[in-house]
Design a protein around this ligand. Structure first.
Ligand code: HEM
Length: 201
């Protein structure tokens, strides 16, 4: 199968639209067979995670340069090709893919997984990284791993990864909105944290 990706097949402005606060939390529905497809393909992807992490973020910054501005470490770097060699970008990519690994490991425990992703969405509010961009990380992940898996990348494998990323993006958005609401109720700031206030850098 070719590696042509048309998107995650998900429009962010649905159940998580801020005008629909009563919307329920998205759920992850994967059969046992689909869960196996995910874990089996992850064991192959795992060998190349450092490379995949860098590819995802270079492509994200190429297609959506405004995303780079949310990163204190990269916002002033203009040379994207130079960034490919950056240890910081490698470390960041690894953090993101470790999260994907955790999600795959908890695929059978959806309540624990939901909790983790909600917290991640809340931290992204503090990083000032808005939900409309989350899906691009999923899309770039899929287009980066497709050539690695070669003939093992089937339409079924692609679909389970899309389902997982749609879920991650939707729950992250719910967490982001919760944090946004919480800060607005408290009358707190909606500005991004200073570098020293983030947990990650
Ligand atoms: C599926 C989408 C995404 C996932 C799974 C993800 C995951 C992560 C993880 C695991 C971290 C490490 C720190 C933490 O746990 O809080 C992180 C940090 C961060 N993310 Fe994301 N992220 C996603 C999308 C994005 C997007 C689209 C942006 C920018 C618009 C972004 C900006 C940031 C920033 C600024 C940090 C803090 C700096 C750092 O850790 O180096 N993230 N993200």
């Amino acid at each position: 199968m070719g590696c042509i990706l048309s998107g995650l097949g998900w429009t962010p402005k649905t159940s998580m639209d801020p005008v629909a606060p009563e919307a329920s939390m998205p759920t992850l529905e994967l059969s046992l067979q689909e869960q196996e497809l995910l874990t089996e393909s992850w064991t192959l992807i795992q060998q190349d995670i450092a490379k995949v992490g860098v590819i995802i973020f270079i492509r994200l910054f190429e297609t959506h340069p405004e995303c780079k501005d949310t990163f204190f470490l990269f916002r002033d770097v203009d040379d994207l090709q130079g960034l490919r060699m950056s240890k910081d970008l490698r470390a960041h990519g690894l953090r993101v893919l470790s999260f994907v690994e955790k999600s795959v490991a908890r695929i059978e425990n959806s309540s624990r997984l939901e909790e983790l992703i909600l917290e991640l969405g809340k931290s992204h509010y503090r990083y000032n990284a808005p939900p409309q961009y989350y899906q691009y990380v999923g899309m770039e992940f899929i287009s980066a791993v497709c050539p690695i898996l070669k003939e093992k990348w089937t339409s079924e494998v692609e679909e389970v990864w899309k389902v997982l990323f749609r879920y991650i993006c939707a729950v992250m958005e719910a967490g982001y909105r919760e944090e946004e609401k919480h800060r607005n109720v408290k009358g707190g700031t909606t500005k991004p944290l200073k570098r020293s206030q983030t947990t990650a850098i």
